[in-house]
Design a protein around this ligand. Structure first.
Ligand SMILES: *Cc1c(COP(=O)(O)O)cnc(C)c1O
Length: 360
């Protein structure tokens, strides 16, 4: 059996140990005689799986007691609507930082519900920087401030958490949650689609401060109301049970490896060496400002784009998969989430050097 190094931005690699454990437990979970897929979400077996996953996630992220952790469906993209629907509370404006493709999508959705104040905007430099705190133009009447700490497509990451005073800060952490420790108490809401760094697609994690729950827009659909899910322990309806279970295995895997500071150390080392390989070469380039470079998603271009196809097919032959860049950016993109072994990054760097020697 060969496990390739898959650099997909999402759905992305999962730790091999997690998939092996799922295989072992596939037909008979813990002597229950059932697969997790076959369990009632209200049965004691699944309830124990769900509770352990939440407890482990709370532990690795040090989630304070006044936050709910929700296990939802609908992807991060549903949150683009749920956030204004639940947080505007009669106000008519919200602050958004426009730093790339994902924040653009969040902004477009928010505009259906309120006035959007562009409190930061890096479209002028083609989304290759993160705005400084000093450059933010926050509106004192905004219901909340939304930003995207890691822009998965552009490979742009904030090196700091914006200071927003009393105004709740909302973060789309889809592609960075669990990559390093984070001070949850600085946020009103943290949300993430699971398929980048948490588990399989189909699960969305929402970490929300309790005082932000319970005052939604009039006529809000039941399933779009955070209170529905918070009151029911994310079991108002059938949750994505198998995905919840796999995410739980990932949380255990992170704990076994020393938690988020250990993840951070490995992730930083992986990213640093890949950026160094790009910067040390005249053949590869990454356009992002040094203080805004993502640890998770690293786009790079070849000096001669007509070689892109050859680069990709050679990479595939070496078991380096899904390196093609997003269609909006072109070139290559290496997504190196927690589950990408350091060996995968080393193998990519060797291949890049080999390819450059042959073609430069
Ligand atoms: C992938 C991604 C999304 C979209 O997630 P879905 O779960 O597919 O809706 C949103 N924001 C960011 C930052 C992402 O990386």
């Amino acid at each position: 059996m060969a496990r390739n190094f898959n650099f997909s931005a999402g759905p992305a690699m999962l730790p091999t140990e997690v998939i092996e454990r799922a295989r072992e437990e596939m037909l008979d979970w813990n002597g229950s005689g059932m697969s997790v897929m076959e369990m009632s979400h209200r049965g004691k077996e699944f309830v124990s799986i769900a509770e352990k996953a939440e407890a482990d996630l709370r532990e690795i992220l040090s989630v304070p007691g006044n936050y709910k952790v929700l296990f939802l469906q609908g992807g991060a993209s549903s949150q683009f609507a749920m956030i204004p629907l639940n947080l505007l509370k009669g106000r008519n404006k919200a602050d958004y930082l426009n730093t790339g493709m994902w924040s653009k999508k969040a902004i477009a959705e928010a505009k259906r519900f309120c006035n959007v104040n562009m409190a930061g905007d890096t479209s002028g430099d083609n989304f290759t920087t993160a705005p400084d705190q000093d450059a933010l133009n926050l509106d004192a009447d905004a219901a909340y401030v939304h930003y995207t700490p890691n822009e998965t497509i552009g490979g742009v990451e904030f090196g700091y958490v914006p200071e927003t005073g009393e105004i709740p800060l909302v973060a789309d952490m889809s592609s960075t949650l669990l990559s390093r420790p984070v001070d949850v108490s600085k946020f009103g809401i943290i949300y993430a689609g699971a398929q980048k760094n948490i588990g399989p697609s189909g699960l969305t994690i929402v970490i929300i401060r309790e005082d932000l729950i319970g005052n939604p827009a009039d006529g809000i659909p039941t399933m779009f109301n955070y209170a529905t899910h918070a009151d029911a322990g994310s079991m108002y309806n059938t949750p994505p049970t198998y995905n919840w279970y796999i995410a739980g295995l990932v949380f255990e895997w992170i704990k076994d490896r020393g938690g988020l500071s250990a993840m951070a150390e490995t992730n930083q080392r992986k990213a640093t060496k890949l950026y160094a390989a790009i910067d040390d070469s005249a053949f590869y380039a990454n356009p992002v400002a040094e203080n805004a470079r993502s640890w998770m998603n690293i786009p790079f271009t070849l000096a001669d784009p007509s070689l892109d196809g050859e680069f990709l097919s050679g990479a595939t032959k070496k078991g380096l998969l899904t390196l093609k860049g997003h269609r909006s950016v072109g070139g290559m993109r290496a997504s190196i989430y927690n589950a990408m072994p350091e060996e995968g990054v080393d193998t990519l760097i060797s291949y890049m050097q080999e390819f450059e020697q042959k073609n430069a």
